[in-house]
Design a binder for this molecule. Structure first.
Ligand code: HEM
Length: 311
């Protein structure tokens, strides 16, 4: 057991935050799986190598395979817990599903490098895929969401990021992979900015300027951090690693929310708690100010899993 070599994870899963990101969502052209498998392997390998080459700019990234595309991509076996995005809706709180076949996530502290790599990746796929969505994320102020609150403070730190984000021995063929959920949220910032500071802080359960957590008893049951801070039956915290970044333009802006985790269940439970609330119907009031436009589920296999198809 001690000498076992772990498959190499794709490095963007657990990487620390960056200044810029590019998100490319592709759908595969029907019937090209044979050619696409090595192509995906090459893209993942290329991203892995660039992480060394552009280490000074903290380049990193990963390639994910859509839940609905997995069986076409690799019919031999499926990550045990992989399933489509858990779409849900209650009142005017909507978490719709919008699935894609392939997700390429690249991040860097240099925008020019990202732009070049995004084009290169697109070319490497040749005409085997169609690019169906593209967004570019950016760091806002000191890692704040566009609502002005620091985002990511309570994320797992150090080596704990790997423990939260990567599949272990529980699913041996998929060790070092990760379950990834992506939701593009469009904010209603004019509505948000009309809200007094204290009301904004109550919605997160944290202070705005100093980013200090409220005492547990002071957090409204409808606050975001109350709704997503969940425990299992043994009292252990359910954790995810968030790799979200603000995106957009004046016309449409918000957060590309990204959860990476060794299980998809934590994200699903948190989202359920935000949308449906607790037994008394206390749902997440953050959702009054932002709207999920998409919801996609991917598995990001280890680099070694993908490169077995390299030709
Ligand atoms: C915490 C923003 C969606 C899970 C936070 C914090 C902010 C934030 C500002 C507090 C600071 C921090 O610990 O990072 C947002 C925004 C969202 C969004 C703007 C959408 C527009 C989600 C979703 C989930 C989620 C969809 C999961 C389904 C979490 C978790 C925490 C957190 C687990 C840490 C809670 C804690 O331990 O205190 N979020 N979030 N968030 N968020 Fe979100």
């Amino acid at each position: 057991m001690g000498n076992q070599v772990m498959p190499r994870e794709q490095l963007g899963i657990c990487a620390e935050g960056n200044l810029h990101s590019v998100y490319l969502m592709f759908n595969a052209i029907e019937g090209v799986e044979e050619q696409l498998r090595p192509s995906i392997a090459n893209v993942a390998q290329y991203i892995y190598e660039l992480t060394d080459q552009y280490a000074d700019s903290a380049f990193n990234g990963f390639v994910g395979i859509g839940a609905n595309f997995w069986d076409t991509f690799y019919p031999q076996a499926r990550p045990v817990l992989l399933k489509p995005f858990p779409a849900m809706n209650e009142g005017n709180r909507d978490a719709p599903a919008m699935e894609y076949d392939i997700f390429v996530h690249i991040r860097c502290d240099r925008y020019d490098i990202l732009h070049l790599v995004a084009n290169e990746v697109n070319q490497m796929f040749e005409d085997l895929v169609e690019l169906v969505d593209e967004e570019r994320g950016f760091r806002f102020m000191d890692s704040r969401d566009l609502t002005g609150f620091v985002d990511g403070t309570e994320n797992p730190k150090g080596r704990h990021r790997q423990q939260v984000a990567l599949v272990g021995n529980e699913d041996p063929e998929f060790t070092s992979g990760s379950y990834v959920h992506v939701q593009k949220y469009k904010h209603n910032l004019s509505k948000w900015h009309r809200l007094p500071l204290k009301k904004q802080e109550d919605i997160y359960g944290r202070t705005k300027v100093d980013d200090i957590e409220y005492e547990s008893e002071d957090k409204p049951l409808t606050s975001h951090t109350k709704r997503v801070n969940l425990k299992d039956d043994q009292g252990n915290s359910l954790e995810i690693l968030r790799q979200s970044m603000p995106f957009g333009s004046v016309k449409e802006q918000g957060l590309v929310f990204i959860s990476v985790c060794r299980t998809p269940e934590h994200f699903e439970k948190m989202l359920r708690s935000m949308v449906h609330g607790d037994v008394h119907g206390n749902h997440d009031h953050l959702m009054l100010f932002t709207k999920a436009l998409t919801g996609s589920s991917f598995f990001v296999p280890s680099l070694d899993f993908l490169t077995q198809f390299d030709d």
